[in-house]
Ligand binder design. Structure first.
Ligand code: BTN
Length: 331
């Protein structure tokens, strides 16, 4: 695998989408042209499309929009800037949630509230809900994880992932992405296509404090070859009209998640319920909910104050606190 510092230097240089000769790149990195060729091959293998033209050199068609921790910090809301004391941007990583969990194990000590967020250009083992893979091509999405400590334990985080979904929808909408909606519990959709997802990992005691690692993935401008690996209909911010710089998107997401967490700690999921209802795209729909391998058919009647799905079935009203929804009739 390429060294992160090498990838960072190349990404910065190639971000402009212009041609750069092998000797220019070699000079920058202190390498021969043959070594540059090898690096470009490896960069392609990392998911970046690199064009090579004789006599001109290499370019990334369309350029790149690299993540930059300093720029992300500048765009944060004042309260979020005070809270996030460490924003780590990495190039290629297994998973930002895994990285943030390692941070929790290695760095966080009792009484330290958090303030850590991790973002990556690419995830080699991006994790989705229910053991799925989150397809994570280089530089074309936002992958981030935020660490938050809840002093009141597991009971305090009921509905957390739904509240995160609300803040992601609010951010996408504020950036011009109208029409986003939530598919319970926390999938972010536009039309019939998935735009983003949330994965919350929790560690700690049932009664004592627990730590949530809140992972958010939002497709920004997914290349078709990477999109072909996604196992369900998908969309991205570019396709729904959001043209914002990924640093701005990342920053708004961090600020939005931080502000949501402050309210969530005070009020629980109830504080996010009115906004959830605004983005709810399931109420009134005929669905099948897979609850631990058991399929339940019904019509969605909303969600309750804990975030459980209310389902009207042929055998009466049922509450589902976890599960996977498939929509049987979209209209
Ligand atoms: C889903 O809808 O299945 C959840 C997807 C969550 C993906 C994000 S990307 C950042 C963070 N790191 C991961 O490995 N997963 C989450």
């Amino acid at each position: 695998m390429l060294k992160s510092v090498t990838v960072t230097a190349i990404v910065k240089l190639m971000a402009d989408g212009q041609f750069h000769s092998g000797s220019e790149i070699g000079h920058l990195l202190g390498l021969s042209r043959a070594a540059v060729w090898k690096i470009m091959k490896s960069i392609r293998e990392n998911g970046i499309s690199v064009e090579a033209v004789n006599g001109k050199g290499y370019r990334v068609p369309g350029g790149l929009d690299p993540l930059d921790a300093t720029v992300i910090c500048q765009f944060l809301s004042p309260d979020a800037r005070r809270y996030f004391t460490q924003i780590e941007v990495v190039q290629v990583i297994e998973s930002t949630n895994t990285r943030a969990s390692e941070y929790v194990r290695n760095v966080m000590v009792d009484g330290v509230a958090g303030g850590y967020a991790c973002l990556a250009e690419q995830q080699t083992h991006g994790r989705g809900r229910r053991g799925r893979t989150w397809v994570s091509p280089f530089g074309r999405s936002v992958y981030l994880s935020v660490v938050w400590r809840f002093e009141a334990g597991f009971s305090a985080i009921q509905g957390l992932s739904l509240a995160v979904g609300v803040s992601v929808c609010e951010v996408v909408e504020s950036l011009g992405g109208g029409g986003v909606w939530l598919k319970w519990p926390n999938d972010i959709y536009h039309g019939q296509q998935k735009l983003g997802g949330i994965l919350v990992d929790v560690a700690g005691d049932a009664d004592g404090s627990c730590i949530a690692v809140i992972g958010v993935g939002v497709n920004a401008d997914i290349p078709e070859d990477a999109g072909a690996e996604i196992d369900k209909p998908w969309t991205d911010m570019a396709k729904i009209g959001v043209r914002a710089d990924r640093n701005l998107v990342a920053s708004r997401l961090l600020s939005g998640i931080f502000e949501m967490l402050v309210v969530f700690e005070r009020e629980g999921f109830v504080g996010a319920l009115p906004a959830w209802k605004r983005f709810d795209g399931l109420t009134g729909k005929a669905v099948t909910v897979d609850v631990g391998g058991v399929a339940i058919n019904g019509d969605v009647a909303g969600i309750d104050s804990s975030g459980a799905l209310i389902l009207d079935t042929s055998s009466g009203r049922k509450l589902c606190s976890a599960g996977e929804v498939s929509i049987r009739c979209w209209s």
